[in-house]
Design a protein around this ligand. Sequence first.
Ligand code: SOE
Length: 411
Amino acid sequence: MTERQRLGVGMVGYAFMGAAHSQAWRSVNRFFDLPLEVDLAAVCGRDQEKVAAAAVKLGWRTHETDWKALLARDDVDLVDICTPGSSHAEIALAALAAGKHVLCEKPLANTVEEARAMAEAARRAEAAGVRSAVGFNYRRIPAATFARDLVAAGRLGTLRHVRAVYLQDWLVDPEFPLAWRLRREIAGSGALGDIGAHIIDLTQFISGQRISGVCALTETFVRERPLPAASGLSATGLSATGLPATGLTTARQAATGQAGATGAVTVDDAALFLARLDGGALASYEASRFALGRKNGLRVELNGSEGSLVFDLERLNELEFYDGQADGDVAGFTRVLVTEPSHPYLDAWWPPGHGLGYEHSFTHEIRDLVAAIADGTPPAPSFADGLQVQLVLDAVDRSAADGSRWTLVES
Ligand code: SOE
């Protein structure tokens, strides 16, 4: 067998996303036949002891404590950014300038200005064969890709409605400490940019239409929270490694250090908005971290003139499809098990009915990125796509702040 060219990867950050990406980098060549052999060259984090342990646990060959060192290494061809949004632009711009391919977690940036600079740098780097992509992984769940294929094939006819929610409940406890995801200067926004960005990208991907206008509400239900524990997290909400403790730690685990000390929550806890899509459909979106009982409840429904479909992340191996052409007597939503080898990505995995998980979306995301790099084609979603999502996030922020379209009910 001919020796495959290697693709050396350097990953910055090793919390939740770093762990999810690591399993994808480890497994992609084992399940997909790719022209490049991935080498997990180095993982980067500020704390020498902790990042050394992470390298062993997650399967990285070496470790660094300064992300800039990755750019100087000849054995690193691609930088994978798994850090909070406040560092995306600095790392991505430097990596692209150093001729490294870049995979950047979502959302692309914390501001439109940063996203514009990143998209422009990516466009210039593309001309030199340097590729980049943003990590909207849910597109690559087979049922979501299959949903997009059904819409593109006209099986829903003319789209009338898009309806998306992304609901979590890890912040319901007011004693949950002021983690980095609750601070605008680190996270950029709250539920809106973290989970709202996902449903913006996913609905645009599946429908093939883009959001052209919004009318929004945002709310911060708990405005003060205990400062993170002195032992585990610094006052900035960053762990000793300088990287974020996961926002998913439970309040009971993250006892606070400074008795009684609190800090201001500077991001939204929930964002709701109506939207018009450029293909004529009407849409509604809800992103909340206060939906008690919903752990990672992402659900998308599309209604068209000929059919409807529902994708539910909690049943991610299935797609509900309503065929408007079916005989009226037997019409109804069909539960399609999206596990056939003919379904997207499935020919690489298990026999029909065995199912995939959340982590497979990252393996598919990285499979497509490696294939694009090998083929010399632009990966998707691009930084330009990431900028467009950032522009929607910004429009929602401005609409919620403006409030001018909000009509009060007469009392
Ligand atoms: C939010 O807590 C979060 O971790 C998101 O940041 C991820 O993108 C999502 O996949 C799971 O939930």
